[in-house]
Ligand binder design. Sequence first.
Ligand code: 5GP
Ligand code: ZN
Length: 114
Amino acid sequence: MDSNCIFCRIIAGDIPSSKVYEDEYVYAFRDINPQAPVHILVCPKEHIACADAVNAENSVHVAKIFEAIAKIAKAEGLTNGYRVINNCGEDGGQTVMHLHFHIIGGIKLGEKIL
Ligand code: 5GP
Ligand code: ZN
């Protein structure tokens, strides 16, 4: 828990969020500024700053995130697909330095990333 980190504070319940899923490793909630009908952020409960900080010691959290993503997508009815996005670092457009994966769906997305 990093008390300066907004997502750690959301996970701890200090800041309210619209939770969609939680387990021992993972916390997921709706993005405050949704870019599609379904826009969910999936985070490790442990503070990991970004994808670049994933290593052999903490990669179990990433595996658990992807197990959760499949469950959340089913629960949200995303039967025809969805996009998972991770922004890493300044050039990657990351604005909150707590690892998170965006689930974007509920609409037919374009094939381009940029
Ligand atoms: P990033 O740009 O770091 O990949 O994504 C950060 C995301 O967090 C953005 O889509 C932004 O809308 C979302 N976000 C930032 N602050 C909050 C918050 O306090 N609550 C929620 N639910 N989402 C937030
Ligand atoms: Zn954090």
